[in-house]
Design a protein around this ligand. Structure first.
Ligand SMILES: Cc1cc2nc3c(=O)[nH]c(=O)nc-3n(C[C@H](O)[C@H](O)[C@H](O)COP(=O)(O)OP(=O)(O)OC[C@H]3O[C@@H](n4cnc5c(N)ncnc54)[C@H](O)[C@@H]3O)c2cc1C
Ligand SMILES: *[C@@H]1O[C@H](CO)[C@@H](O)[C@H](O)[C@H]1NC(C)=O
Ligand SMILES: *[C@@H]1O[C@H](CO)[C@@H](O)[C@H](O)[C@H]1NC(C)=O
Ligand SMILES: *[C@@H]1O[C@H](CO)[C@@H](O)[C@H](O)[C@H]1NC(C)=O
Ligand SMILES: *[C@@H]1O[C@H](CO)[C@@H](O)[C@H](O)[C@H]1NC(C)=O
Ligand SMILES: *[C@@H]1O[C@H](CO)[C@@H](O)[C@H](O)[C@H]1NC(C)=O
Length: 480
């Protein structure tokens, strides 16, 4: 059928609207058309047939779930991809784009699957997933201090491969080792080194992207505008990113970590209040993150108090760190016994709660435990008064806050020095810290989930008057 007369298409439309089966039929048609197109485009279809998963394939569910980091988006009612393709060579991707367009199917690209809202593998329209699971190579050039990172490589793999080449090279990116480079670098990418060095996206020096017409472009051929946009503006908005060339950074062979905990009875509120003035302004080699959560009784999970954990990375030894913290942040009561000197790679495991003597764990693509979660974020530009923190602790007394936490991530340092327009990431000079609100649960009961979600939204609403609104910033991004 090459052409369709208006009459015919009207009949199709009526059929489409009248019979529920016709939607299913039309989706089947789309899939048939997509697969037929693939067979035409790939002259040797057997070379890719083993990379194509339709829902009738017994491996479909496990391939789909492999990189899912949030069980909220793999329920029975979650829309599923019509087909999942796991390409193992870049030449396979332009035909996939062509066939998706031909059959009016959208593409979702997935690298590490860590998107908070699952947008790399869920959408309401007909879609296929191109999964970058097989694009996981990292090639480090220790002499040039650069690396080529394929989009599907995880941060853990990247960190491990860097240190394999040199113990004094590192990369400033996120904490969680199973995050994919594909989504992370194109959205910014903050972590324990950003106060010293800035974001992952600040260190991207080249990239390879496939555009909507299937052209493979690098920095030179894509031009500086597109290259600017994919370093913070999200990759999926512009094409399919194959990989990035990144500039590595120097770290000392030994760094220091500590984690000091304070309950409300140990003046956690006052110390967090002080932290807002200190952590964003202190020596950029020092990164002190705060995680605050409930302390429950062992028996019935009832609220007892809040506990704040101040967990830190310092790019130097204990002898330099101790006087620095004791002078600028005496409230923390830091003593030598609280500090440990380890390698930078071990500090990644330390922040993740992994054993520091098992670096190979960073190569795992899957987390030991995956549950349900919801996260939201804010940026703070003015210190929040103590009574607002007390109001937050009140909200945490509610039963639905049992497994929630807030994490305060200090900015400042190098983040202040990079102009807001350098890449599409506006939270620079004047941003004191980021707040991450998150809540976790482990069963699929929709009513419980609704209550937990509405608790989190209530918390988010409660802090709204005290956090950055930055309307002028949003406008300036849209205008650029
Ligand atoms: C447990 C956890 C911890 C986190 N910790 C941090 C942290 O410390 N620092 C931080 O900055 N962020 C953190 N994040 C957020 C994370 O960096 C982002 O969600 C990031 O986008 C994930 O990248 P991904 O490739 O794993 O995700 P995906 O879900 O695979 O992709 C995310 C988005 O990028 C698009 N995309 C993916 N690959 C490509 C590609 N090859 N080409 C074009 N578009 C692509 C997807 O379509 C989607 O829109 C965390 C998230 C989780 C779940
Ligand atoms: C087709 O591809 C398969 C797998 O890559 C290969 O083994 C086979 O030799 C190819 N056939 C032809 C005719 O090229
Ligand atoms: C499922 O798909 C894989 C990859 O395309 C293929 O190797 C396998 O034979 C398929 N299995 C079934 C039961 O269709
Ligand atoms: C810090 O060290 C002191 C002194 O040894 C100790 O009492 C305290 O428990 C330590 N704090 C943590 C969180 O380890
Ligand atoms: C908490 O602060 C008060 C007043 O500043 C002080 O008297 C008290 O000793 C502190 N408590 C602890 C456990 O440090
Ligand atoms: C949001 O917070 C404001 C006050 O800060 C309050 O008046 C309002 O009821 C809250 N809305 C919701 C939906 O919780």
């Amino acid at each position: 059928m090459k052409t369709t007369t208006p009459t015919l298409s009207t009949i199709f439309l009526i059929l489409f609207l009248t019979f529920s089966w016709s939607r299913a039929a039309s989706v089947d048609d789309q899939v048939d058309r997509f697969l037929t197109c693939l067979k035409e485009e790939f002259h040797n279809y057997t070379s890719i047939s083993s990379l194509v998963y339709t829902p009738t394939n017994s491996s479909y569910s496990s391939v789909l779930q492999y990189s899912v980091q949030n069980l909220r988006f793999v329920t029975e009612s979650t829309p599923k991809p019509l087909v999942i393709i796991t390409p193992d060579h870049e030449s396979q991707i332009p035909p996939l784009i062509y066939c998706a367009k031909e059959s009016h199917i959208q593409i979702r690209t997935r690298s590490g699957g860590h998107d908070f809202e699952g947008v790399s593998y869920v959408t309401e329209v007909s879609f296929v997933v191109i999964d970058f699971i097989k694009f996981d190579k990292v090639i480090v050039d220790a002499e040039q201090k650069t690396a080529w990172v394929e989009a599907g490589a995880t941060l853990g793999t990247l960190y491990y491969r860097i240190v394999e080449k040199s113990p004094t090279l590192a990369f400033p990116a996120g904490a969680c080792p199973t995050i994919g480079a594909g989504g992370h670098f194109s959205g910014g990418g903050y972590g324990s080194l950003h106060r010293k060095y800035g974001l992952a996206a600040d260190h991207v020096i080249d990239a390879r992207i496939i555009d909507v017409n299937g052209r493979i472009l690098d920095r030179e051929s894509m031009g500086e505008d597109l290259f600017w946009a994919i370093r913070g503006g999200g990759g999926a908005s512009f094409g399919i990113i194959l990989g990035y060339k990144i500039q590595l950074v120097d770290v000392p062979e030994t760094v220091t970590v500590f984690s000091v905990q304070k309950t409300l009875e140990e003046n956690a509120t006052q110390i967090i209040h002080r932290w807002q003035y200190i952590a964003p302004n202190i020596d950029p080699r020092l990164f002190i993150l705060v995680r605050v959560a409930r302390v429950n009784s062992d028996q019935d999970g009832a609220y007892i108090t809040m506990r704040a954990a101040f967990t830190a990375l310092f790019l130097g030894g204990i002898d330099t760190l101790l006087p620095l913290v004791q002078e600028s942040f005496p409230e923390l009561g830091l003593v030598r016994e609280n500090c440990t000197e380890i390698s930078w790679l071990q500090s990644i495991s330390y922040f993740q709660g992994f054993p520091i003597n098992l670096p190979e764990m960073l190569l795992n693509r899957q987390q030991p435990y995956v549950g349900y979660f919801k996260g939201k974020a804010d940026y703070v530009r003015e210190p929040i008064p103590e009574y607002v923190f007390e109001g937050i602790w009140e909200l945490f007394k509610e039963p639905d806050a049992k497994d929630a936490d807030i994490v305060l991530i200090p900015y400042g340092g190098k983040m202040d020095e990079i102009p807001e327009s350098a890449i599409p990431f506006p939270h620079r000079a004047g941003t004191l810290y980021k707040i991450l609100y998150a809540t976790y649960w482990s069963n699929a009961n929709a009513q419980d989930a609704d209550k937990i979600l509405s608790w989190l939204r209530g918390l988010y609403n409660y802090t709204t008057p005290y956090v950055s609104k930055s309307p002028e910033k949003l406008t300036s991004i849209i205008e650029i």
